[in-house]
Design a binder for this molecule. Structure first.
Ligand code: PMP
Length: 358
């Protein structure tokens, strides 16, 4: 007999990183920023009139959109905002990947991509990263229903240079190409991260969508703010889909916090510089202990040890309330993704590792 159960849209969900509540834990498992958001954000949150919460927010989130547009020197009609970049990416998948042809993304990448593809019934093909986890642009040449990849990639933290990104765009004039730049602010020495961003290619490619987040470099994972920048035509298509689904995605506090966060460039740069300095020290410590890793360009490092199985190390760390991320999937099942925390947090990690591996 037919049942409503036969008609359920089933999907294997994304598994978010653990959010444990353990006093004194060292949380290096979900690539959050270890520093608090800018003081202006805290002030802005205190100043949101609680009485106004009875009113719907601005559906266009104009304050936030205008601040992001001014920051990047683009027109406001080139900016789309959402509830974290997960929301922005989900809308982009729904909007752009409708050809019936498979979309392409790397075999080792953000594990949410195949979930959205399944949810929206988008066929997909994964393309194997090379020996050193590099994207091979020739694998993405044409014949697809779209392309999406993070740069820097996750969980590898490896950055592709702009030539590789442009090569993929040149080979895909007929597909939407989404570059997920969740971690781009940590590329290079931080100050020069703009030179690695696909934003500089926007004027040349009307099919390019660059996705960013406030969750990492702006220390606002808890507020859920992400955005995309692309041609006005792409942004209009995404907005039409979003208004057809949920027109008030950005709440009043998120709009206020996000707008305030954009205002303090100095604080933003100083937090990034601290994370990068700690990352450089962490690299040296991991190397001294015999770990290897692709050159990290995000606020995390993807380490592997020839003699110390990652799965066991993950459990040992966890039992000491040091949380890192382990993915039990082929090719990377001997790797750990370690978020860069404060110097003190990293010191505790290395103290443990030295003892464990002695
Ligand atoms: N893209 C990548 C590559 C990520 O690692 C993450 C973080 N899980 C996201 C997007 C989503 O981040 P958020 O929704 O917090 O903006």
């Amino acid at each position: 007999m037919a049942s409503w159960r036969d008609n359920v849209r089933r999907v294997t969900p994304y598994t978010p990183g653990e959010q444990p509540h353990v006093a004194g834990m060292i949380k290096l498992n979900t690539n959050e920023d270890p520093y608090p958001p800018a003081p202006e954000v805290i002030k802005a949150l205190q100043e949101v009139p609680a009485g106004d919460l009875r009113l719907y927010p601005d559906p266009a989130a104009s304050d936030l959109v205008n601040a992001i547009a001014a920051y990047h020197g683009v027109s406001p009609d080139q900016v789309f905002v959402g509830v974290g970049s997960d929301d922005v990416l989900a809308v982009a998948f729904m909007t752009f990947f409708n050809s019936g042809k498979p979309i392409f993304f790397p075999d080792i990448t953000y594990s949410f991509y195949p979930v959205w593809a399944e949810l929206f019934r988008i066929p997909y093909e994964t393309k194997a990263l090379g020996e050193i986890f590099e994207i091979r642009p020739e694998d993405y040449a044409g014949g697809n229903g779209g392309v999406v990849f993070p740069n820097p990639n996750a969980p590898t933290s490896r950055l592709e240079n702009l030539d590789t990104v442009e090569n993929i765009l040149q080979n895909n004039p007929e597909s939407a190409v989404i570059v997920d730049e969740a971690y781009i602010d940590f590329a290079g020495n931080g100050k020069d991260s703009g030179v690695f961003s696909a934003l500089s290619l926007l004027n040349k490619y009307e099919n390019l969508l660059v996705v960013r987040t406030f969750s990492k470099s702006r220390s606002l994972a808890g507020m859920r703010i992400g955005y995309a920048i692309g041609s006005a035509e792409m942004i209009k298509a995404m907005s039409d889909d979003r208004y057809s689904f949920n027109s008030y995605t950005m709440n009043r506090t998120a709009i206020a916090a996000g707008t305030a966060a954009i205002g303090n460039e100095e604080y933003f740069r100083s937090c990034i510089a601290k994370v990068i300095a700690t990352r450089e020290r962490a690299k040296a410590e991991f190397t001294a202990l015999g770990f290897t890793y692709p050159e990290p360009s995000g606020n995390f490092i993807f380490v592997s040890h020839p003699a110390c199985p990652a799965k066991e190390l993950f459990s040992a760390l966890r039992s000491r309330h040091i949380y890192v991320r382990y993915f039990d999937v082929p090719r990377i099942d001997n790797c750990l993704r370690v978020t860069i925390g404060t110097d003190e947090q990293m010191e505790a990690l290395f103290d443990f590792l030295k003892e464990y591996m002695a």
